[in-house]
Design a protein around this ligand. Sequence first.
Ligand SMILES: [Zn+2]
Length: 150
Amino acid sequence: MAVFVCPRCAHRVAGAERAEGHQPRGCPKCGFGFVFEMMDDYYAGPLTALICCDRQRRVLVAGHSATPITGWPDGDLIGCEVAEALGLGFPGAADDPIARSLEWGVRVLQEPCTFRPYGVDEDRPAVADIFPAYDDDGGLLLALTPGMKE
Ligand SMILES: [Zn+2]
């Protein structure tokens, strides 16, 4: 059973895998138009920002907690290159984890990173989870949780 996560409200929905058809059409809780397929169950905490991007890493949805965490005004992140807009840095990674996820279709979990909230002049520590999209459009879901890795 696949699990789908709503990028807007982080509600989890169980359903058939996309490949088998009958995936949930949208979020039954908040009515958002699509839900993101996860290979394994994933729980986004209240302070986890969920951001969907397209294959070119442009933000499609600045969803759950994205505004309070990133400081970006609602809607202004849409269309921005995600790593640039959020000032993302991955000091411990040998490569760019976003590129790795997009190119190889792999999940990147619990990757320590830094980001720079909108209008703030310093980097903040955070942990990134990156999930590749399984639909034909590609893209990814970035889950950004401020704070140090536990
Ligand atoms: Zn929802």
